[in-house]
Every structure is written in structure tokens, then in C-alpha cells.
Design a protein around this ligand. Structure first.
Ligand SMILES: C[S@@+](CC[C@H](N)C(=O)[O-])C[C@H]1O[C@@H](n2cnc3c(N)ncnc32)[C@H](O)[C@@H]1O
Length: 267
């Protein structure tokens, strides 16, 4: 067997299904749009993404899964045209409101899902997908990004497959199969004949900054769904056994930042 015999797209789909991945309806994101603070455009994460994004030779940008515009709107002053694409009408509304508040006149939006047909999506010099690549079919998503970018693609994808400290989940007695992560993307791109570059962006644990165990359980349930009484007891033991670790929310996680050039024909 050689590496060319491995279908990384199929492996990704298998692991996503086994790990319980599901397509979320746009309504799940509409609700979040209203709660996303307008200031998120200045976050350490967005700055880290922008610092790693090579804009050279790029006049137009397409932001897939643009959300409220964290990255696309921050880059708009350096572009002639920015297109925000998302399947959530609520997110696109927030994107437009934020563009207006920033006095930007070079942005537009398209309502579209990863899973839809992209034949009429216009090509842009630079295509980005920030924190929006938790798709069921990664090979299809990467082909779409690659075809849409005239020069370059930049994306972030979770490294390690979980936002929540794995040790904490094990202490709670949850058997976690991680979602497929960035390593599949590198392999799929390799098989597409691309030469991806890789960097990382460090992030704090999702459960960081709680004041007490009750807050912690509430926050954990937002990410993990309802906890059983036994899980809550175990979580309380984990929390109180190391308060400094508990306040950090356990171990943080990393985003893999992956970029590749599309201006040359794949080898
Ligand atoms: C975590 S937010 C990221 C938003 C923004 N890119 C950022 O980094 O702040 C994920 C975004 O992807 C969008 N999204 C999720 N699944 C999608 C799908 N299947 N098709 C299109 N957009 C999707 C959501 O509506 C949401 O706006």
C-alpha cells in the first residue's frame, strides 16, 4: 500500500460520522449572530489570523463562513472588493450592519452553504475560511475553496479535534472520539497536488474564566449538552483538585492555520 491508495476524503468522512459530527441548520447560527459582540473584529485570534495572511497581489477577497465579518471586514480596507459568504441569514445581516458601522462601501454578501452548488460563486484573488470548516465532506469543501481562489486560500481548522480539555472529559467518564482535524486537510491538499503551509494559533480553553463550580458546569453544558448527576460530581472533583487549572478551563487548544497558492496548476 502507498499513500496514493489512501482516500483521505473518505477517511475524514468516516471519522466525522463516527465522532457524531452533524450538519447544523442555519438557524443554529442565526441565534448566535445576535449575541456576537461587534468588537470581535479586534480579538487576539483575528489579529493572529491577519498576521499570517499573505495579501500580496490580492485585490478581492471571499470570506467563506464569514459570520459577523471578524476577518473579512478587518481586511476590507486593503481590498477593492470583499464578498462575505455564509448560510446563516442572521450572520449575513450582522456582517452588513458591521460593514455599515465601519463605513465600508466595498462589501457584499452571498447566502450559500458549503454543501450547495458553487458554480455561480465569483472567483476572487484570496479566499479565506476562518473557524468555519467543520464540514462533513472536507474533500468537497477544499475543492470549492481551491476553484474559487485565483491566487491563494487561507483557512483555520481545529487541531486535536476538540475544544474541550480531553483529560477533563475523561475524568467525567465521557468517551470521546475526536473529530477529524487539520491533518486530513494537509493530506487531501497533497493529493490535490497543492503545497500547503502550516502554522498554529493558540487559544484559551472554552471553559476558561469561571468564578465557581456552578458557573463552570453551566458553561460546560453549553458546549457539551446536559450533564448527568454523576458527570457533574466527577466534574466537581476535577475542578476542585486543581483550582488554577479549573480557572484556565483546563488545557487550551490550537487552530491550525493552513494556506496554499492556487495560481499554479496542480502538479
Ligand atoms: C465560528 S463561526 C466563524 C465566523 C468567522 N469566520 C470568524 O472566524 O469569526 C462559523 C460560521 O460558519 C457558518 N457556517 C457553519 N456551517 C456552515 C455551512 N454548512 N455553510 C455555510 N456556512 C456555515 C456559520 O453560520 C458561522 O457564521
Amino acid at each position: 500500500m502507498t499513500i496514493t491508495d489512501i482516500d483521505f476524503g473518505q477517511l475524514y468522512r468516516n471519522q466525522m460520522t463516527q465522532a457524531g459530527g452533524k450538519e447544523k441548520p442555519p438557524s443554529a447560527w442565526d441565534a448566535k449572530a445576535a449575541k456576537t459582540p461587534k468588537t470581535s473584529i479586534d480579538s487576539p485570534y483575528s489579529q493572529a489570523f491577519i498576521d499570517r495572511t499573505d495579501l500580496s497581489g490580492c485585490d478581492s477577497l471571499l470570506d467563506m463562513g464569514c459570520g459577523t465579518g471578524t476577518i473579512g471586514l478587518a481586511l476590507a480596507p486593503q481590498m477593492k472588493q470583499v464578498t462575505g459568504v455564509d448560510y446563516s441569514a442572521g450572520m449575513l445581516r450582522a456582517f452588513q450592519e458591521n460593514a455599515h458601522a465601519l463605513n465600508l462601501s466595498n462589501t457584499r454578501t452571498i447566502q450559500r452553504a458549503w454543501e450547495d452548488n458553487w458554480d455561480d460563486i465569483p472567483q476572487c484573488d484570496l479566499v479565506i475560511a476562518s473557524r468555519s470548516t467543520a464540514v462533513m465532506d472536507m474533500a468537497d469543501a477544499l475543492q470549492k475553496l481551491d476553484r474559487t481562489a485565483r491566487k491563494r486560500v487561507c483557512l483555520t481548522n481545529l487541531a486535536g479535534g476538540s475544544f474541550i480539555d480531553r483529560g477533563m472529559l475523561q475524568a467525567m467518564g465521557r468517551d470521546v472520539l475526536p473529530k477529524p482535524d487539520y491533518i486530513f486537510i494537509l493530506n487531501i491538499l497533497y493529493q490535490m497536488g497543492r503545497h500547503p503551509r502550516l502554522d498554529y494559533i493558540e487559544a484559551k480553553g472554552r471553559l476558561a474564566g469561571t468564578a465557581n463550580i456552578d458557573d463552570f458546569v453551566t458553561k460546560a453544558e453549553l458546549s457539551l449538552g446536559p450533564l448527568t448527576t454523576q458527570e457533574k460530581e466527577r466534574l466537581s472533583d476535577w475542578y476542585h483538585s486543581d483550582l488554577e487549572r479549573a480557572h484556565r478551563g483546563g488545557e487550551g487548544f490550537r487552530w491550525a492555520f493552513i494556506s496554499w497558492d492556487t495560481s499554479q496548476h496542480p502538479r
